[in-house]
Ligand binder design. Sequence first.
Ligand code: SPV
Ligand code: MN
Length: 629
Amino acid sequence: MEAKRSRDVLKARLEAEDYQKLIRIDNPKLHQFIAKYVELCNPDTIFVCTDSPEDIRYIRQEAIRTGEEMELAMDGNTVHFDGYYDQARDKKNTKFLLPPGVDLGSDINAMNREEGVKEIHDILKGIMQGHQLYVRFFCLGPLNSEFSIPAVQLTDSSYVAHSEDLLYRQGYEEFVRLGQSARFFKFVHSAGELDERRTSKNIDKRRVYIDPEDETVYSVNTQYGGNTIGLKKLAMRPAINRASKEGWLTEHMFIMGVHGPSKRVTYFSGAFPSLCGKTSTSMIGGETIVGDDIAYLRKKEGVIRVFNPERGIFGIIQGINSEDDPLIWKTLHAPGEIIFSNVLVTEEKGVHWIGKNEEEPEKGFHHSGEWTRGKRDANGDEISLSHPNARFTLDMKHLENVDPHLDNPEGVVIGGIIYGGRDSDTKVPVEESFDWMHGVITMGAALESETTAATLGKEGVRKINPMSNLDFLSIPIGKYIENHLNFGEGLKNPPRIFSVNYFLRDADGNFTNDKNDKAVWLKWMELRSHREVGAIKTPTGLIPKYEDLKRLFRAVLNKDYPEKDYSKQFTLKVAENLAKVERAEAFYKTKVPDTPQMVFNVLEEQRQRLIKASEKYGDYILPLKLKFS
Ligand code: SPV
Ligand code: MN
């Protein structure tokens, strides 16, 4: 649509005040985009949000007026329910739209661009009749930063517009400032027709289509945040594509400050698949949080600087309890703007979730409607008190442990990178790689995890998930790994790379660690990144020495750390580690045609080290035997 016609459309469809808000932004491409989807989706009314306090308040009130959220007893708290079958990211219907000749490989869901655009435009046609369209502007990353990305969201869901207000930096003024120079991402969302409970009705037509070249994402007939909140996982995909072209990285990582001796703060970013402890790690007591889910890694003058494109948390609530998670617990029980989703609402208008260490109510209201214990769904399955993927949404400014550099336009310099997965039987709880390449390949590219409730489908299946980013990759996996290898070049002081495993179990199936032991691993990694403690060299990496952990367990958790626990946790399991190498090799050989040769070389070296060690020490090697460095 040409510039003049798009302005005419906007003028005809918007109230004068909203039209003026848009015209203040001098960007014809933006106007064209908005006009196009106004015409196609045909909303009854349009609200342009400038981020003024009145506009923000209006969005919040709309969420309650429309019934997408309900107020709870605690001041500022609301609850939102997604449809019973709309509780997680829909991988099957999330697809990249690609022009002919572009192939992302068999593990990434894609379709022909032209067909996809046609299909989604057909679904979007007239979809907002009877709805209000909210137009919102955000900034992915700190304001006034050369590294941030502006983004515009069109949505007919007040819940989505409200959630984004807590999760992202407001960007209207940023768009005004940037004018025509803004290289912005675009998101179009419609919850589609709603049922009497205000949840998306036509989930058979649920679609999330990503056009990486056009940096546009379409999402329809769904409300679940991971499918709809444009700036979250939807933005990650075009950001990975843009990063790949420009030589930086977009990662599924938390960012946190780990507080070392003498007030030293060392920043770590950590990639774990969904539901594997990213939020709880970044929220651990005594440390400070920069972000819990997404990180942009930029290189400037030989140093890696990391940014959080978000400023809020859309965190898993299951299992949060007053003992293990005191910081988040406190925030979840204080007045303040929090959106709970898919939790149980009690008669007193409080909230409850699985694993909250308080007496469980026998009844309440949640995503399946009225709930009493023992209720079953249409398939005869018992409906749990809250959904395992139930979440809370809040602005990190409510947290007492928010890091002072969250909004630093220069980001924070990173001292260590952590890869973690859900691994019941192979990897030790914490380990450092030999170097960047070894870490990227054996800990990042070979990262595996057992599937969780964060995506639809069976749980507990072990899958390779490179850098925990597979669900979001918009470039071929091989290219992505190569980008990581290249990113490590020319660094003045490369960050150390570590792996952690919080989910190791013993032969009886019990976890070998307590939930909060991660606090110790973090302190150990902090010291290692400054080379202030030694380590034991094993065939798979560098592991802690017993005496260092013993000291840290006492200092951090005031806990004794018996040597038998250490031996159990840090025993090198040769056969399991060899099998892991095999699985990684098979994955890259069969599924990733453009795998850099280095991946196979480094995996082969790991295999040889494991074989050699087992010839000397057997199949299960106690760490004390390996004390040779
Ligand atoms: C995840 O599943 O990795 C999340 C939540 O962080 S979602 O927004 O659904 O992606
Ligand atoms: Mn995530």
